[in-house]
Design a protein around this ligand. Structure first.
Ligand SMILES: Cc1cc2nc3c(=O)[nH]c(=O)nc-3n(C[C@H](O)[C@H](O)[C@H](O)COP(=O)(O)OP(=O)(O)OC[C@H]3O[C@@H](n4cnc5c(N)ncnc54)[C@H](O)[C@@H]3O)c2cc1C
Ligand code: SF4
Length: 495
């Protein structure tokens, strides 16, 4: 740390967001372009280099946070980039999208606002691209071994990059027409512009990774055929089997799953469609589900000019301060957080005025009602207590021309036939079973990311991709120099 008193003299300052009225008129990232670099070295200087860095442990990638905070405070961007890329293949993704469990574990956060670790990470990554420190690193020699990676989400991409750099010949199979998994058609442009994804894909192509898009393994190419053709197969197909809401009226027109709705809006941003056939324009939208996917639907519906948007959360409204008994430092606490999308919906003229928040907490959907044509027109809900029992006298009706279900995902989608064709065993909850070496019951077939862990986060997906790559490398060559940040049994503290 360049200034040992930085944490006492510099207040926490985050990358500022653009004004709401400006950003809801476009799909660009919510942050003020160019406003991060001028503040970030002073922010990095707030790191106390505390000796026992809990942030480092709280990050599933084991990012060397105090080291790069120090390098950024001294403006040594090249060394900072080297240290960051030593543990994270895609820091511009996590620097924008990670919920930052590291900041909950920051020692400064015991009694002061945490260091803006995620912003520092993003600044290093963006600077690395701007200054040419992220050039391709093709292997010096090839091993002669081949690996098929199924799925091009963050898990598959991280695994493929690590294995390619280790000298193996890697082909990534992707059923969508474009690469990136949920980062492509789930996560909206205003959270991360696709240019960041394209740049990494360009780097990977230059390193030698091969990509086969619009290819469904299990249908377009048989899973057993792939098994025979490659020395190892990595299943990184994600967990996209969505949860349903089995209440009366669910069959009405206008009720959609979040992942039916978000990809269409993303396709508009990609130039495939001039407007979404499922646009929220002029509609009263109700989103069922209080998580991040719901918040992404919220920000999208606001940009599509919905007449009103309400998000229902079954959980009670959390507090604004950490509960020291239930969720002590350094765990990731469940707090009331106002994401960029919530900030935007709050400013809608039609936002529910009661608490100036588009969210209704402790709200359980009872049923939907439709009009004569069979289209949804209203949603009936009731307030529930901690045991999810209805609170008498709290029933109410919301206008709803469009309902988006964002209730999470139960496990991998089995419709492609991939799991059955390979004969891999699944856990009772539907995820793919694997051992400590990420191996399924079928020798040479590995499983990683959401497909095996269950619905999770990008930082865990990258960590899984890196770890499964080390396991595959060991399987192919008998040993590995590749780092393995996690084991299949590691679980987040709460995130
Ligand atoms: C709307 C939404 C928003 C999110 N926002 C965030 C966020 O802000 N921050 C965060 O950390 N996490 C977020 N997540 C979670 C995060 O995106 C996932 O945890 C992560 O993408 C999982 O990575 P993965 O590579 O394991 O799977 P995925 O990203 O799901 O990728 C799996 C890929 O496999 C492909 N595939 C599946 N079957 C086949 C087959 N048979 N043949 C060929 N290809 C196949 C799929 O098409 C897909 O491209 C979000 C999730 C959603 C749904
Ligand atoms: S990847 Fe997430 S947890 Fe790790 S340093 Fe970055 S923001 Fe923190």
């Amino acid at each position: 740390m360049a200034d040992p008193k930085g944490f006492m003299t510099t207040p926490r300052e985050e990358w500022p967001r653009r004004p709401v009225e400006e950003r809801v008129r476009d799909w660009d990232e919510v942050y003020v372009p160019g406003a991060l670099l001028p503040i970030i070295s002073k922010q990095a200087d707030r790191c106390m280099d505390c000796g026992v860095p809990f942030c480092h442990d709280a990050c599933p990638l084991g990012n060397l946070i105090p080291e790069w905070n120090d390098l950024v405070s001294r403006e040594d961007w090249r060394a900072a980039s080297d240290r960051l890329h030593a543990t994270n293949n895609f820091p511009e993704f996590t620097g924008r999208l990670c919920p930052a469990p590291c900041e909950a574990g920051c020692v400064l956060a015991i009694n002061q606002p945490a260091v803006t670790i995620k912003n520092v990470e993003c600044a290093i990554a963006d600077r690395a691209w701007a200054d040419g420190f992220a050039s391709p690193r093709p292997p010096e020699r090839l091993s002669g071994r081949t690996v098929a990676v199924i799925g091009s989400g963050p898990t598959g991409l991280a695994a493929a990059q690590q294995l390619t750099r280790a000298g193996h010949t890697v082909a990534v199979y992707e059923k969508d027409d474009r690469l990136g998994g949920l980062m492509r058609y789930g996560i909206p442009e205003f959270k991360m512009e696709k240019v960041h994804l394209e740049r990494r894909l360009g780097q990977m192509r230059a390193e030698g990774t091969k990509f086969r898009t619009s290819t469904v393994v299990g249908r377009d190419v048989g899973a057993a055929e792939l098994r025979a053709r490659y020395d190892a197969v990595v299943i990184a197909t994600g967990a996209t089997a969505w949860r349903e809401l089995p209440v009366p009226g669910r069959e009405l027109e206008g009720i959609h799953q979040a992942m039916e709705y978000l990809p269409l809006a993303n396709r508009v941003c990609q130039g495939d469609l001039s407007e979404s056939p499922m646009s929220a324009v002029g509609k009263h939208v109700v989103i069922v589900g209080g998580g991040d996917t719901g918040a992404d639907c919220l920000g999208t519906a606001v940009r599509e000019r919905a007449a009103s948007v309400t998000q229902l959360d079954i959980y009670a409204q959390p507090g604004t301060e950490r509960d020291e008994d239930a969720e002590p430092w350094p765990t990731y606490p469940k707090l009331y957080r106002l994401s960029a999308a919530h900030e935007e919906a709050r400013d809608l003229e039609t936002a529910p005025a009661a608490d100036a928040d588009a969210r209704l907490f402790a709200a359980s959907t009872l049923h939907f009602e439709g009009d004569e044509s069979g289209h949804v027109r209203s949603l009936h809900l009731v307030e529930v207590d901690a045991a999810r029992q209805p609170v008498p006298g709290t029933g109410r009706t919301l206008p709803a021309d469009m309902v988006l279900l964002a209730l999470g995902f139960s496990g991998p989608d089995r419709e492609d036939g991939l799991i059955d064709q390979l004969g891999v065993v699944t856990e009772p909850r539907g995820t793919i079973a694997r051992d400590a070496e990420f191996t399924t019951n079928v020798p040479g077939v590995f499983a990683a990311g959401d497909a095996a862990r269950g619905q999770s986060l990008i930082v865990w997906a990258i960590a899984e991709g890196r770890a499964v790559a080390a396991a595959v490398d060991r399987y192919l060559t008998g040993s590995s120099q590749l780092p393995a940040p996690i084991s299949p049994y590691d679980r987040p503290m709460t995130v």
